[in-house]
Design a protein around this ligand. Structure first.
Ligand SMILES: Cc1cc2nc3c(=O)[nH]c(=O)nc-3n(C[C@H](O)[C@H](O)[C@H](O)COP(=O)(O)OP(=O)(O)OC[C@H]3O[C@@H](n4cnc5c(N)ncnc54)[C@H](O)[C@@H]3O)c2cc1C
Length: 109
């Protein structure tokens, strides 16, 4: 649907045609149903499948992948949290350090 291209620069730059997939019209026999194909849903499916390839996973999206905030954001990637001083105020030094190194706990292979 060409209207999806107007959502953002990112969507407009896609080479692939943006076409609606067929609507889900029948029950599915699956292990995990994920609602929404934004970062949260797509990464959840990706890591679940890597950890347990035998799982049958379906992602159900009302519009198209990236229709929500994931396809409209500013593209900033930061290793910290906004307002982290307040969020981490009660944390121990060890917990504070862990909040900065959490990304290394999920190495990409
Ligand atoms: C203007 C803006 C700028 C931003 N800039 C940045 C940035 O620079 N850097 C950064 O790290 N973060 C940024 N963010 C935040 C980041 O984009 C969001 O935190 C992230 O995209 C959220 O991803 P999500 O998958 O949880 O939600 P979404 O991307 O919103 O995905 C939810 C999906 O679920 C679908 N859905 C909803 N209800 C249903 C339903 N009932 N059935 C089926 N599907 C459904 C929606 O269509 C959507 O595709 C920004 C956000 C906005 C709004």
């Amino acid at each position: 649907m060409s209207a999806w291209r107007t959502i953002s620069l990112w969507m407009d730059q896609l080479d692939e045609p943006l076409q609606a997939r067929a609507a889900l019209e029948q029950d599915l026999d699956i292990d995990v149903a994920i609602i929404g194909a934004g970062y949260t849903g797509l990464w959840t499916a990706y890591y679940l499948k890597r950890q347990a390839p035998e799982l049958n996973i379906a992602i159900v999206e009302a519009q198209t992948a990236g229709f929500g905030a994931s396809g409209r954001n500013g593209g900033w990637l930061m290793g910290n949290l906004l307002g982290e001083e307040r969020l981490l105020a009660d944390s121990s030094p060890q917990q504070r350090r862990a909040s900065w190194t959490c990304c290394t706990a999920f190495p990409m292979r």
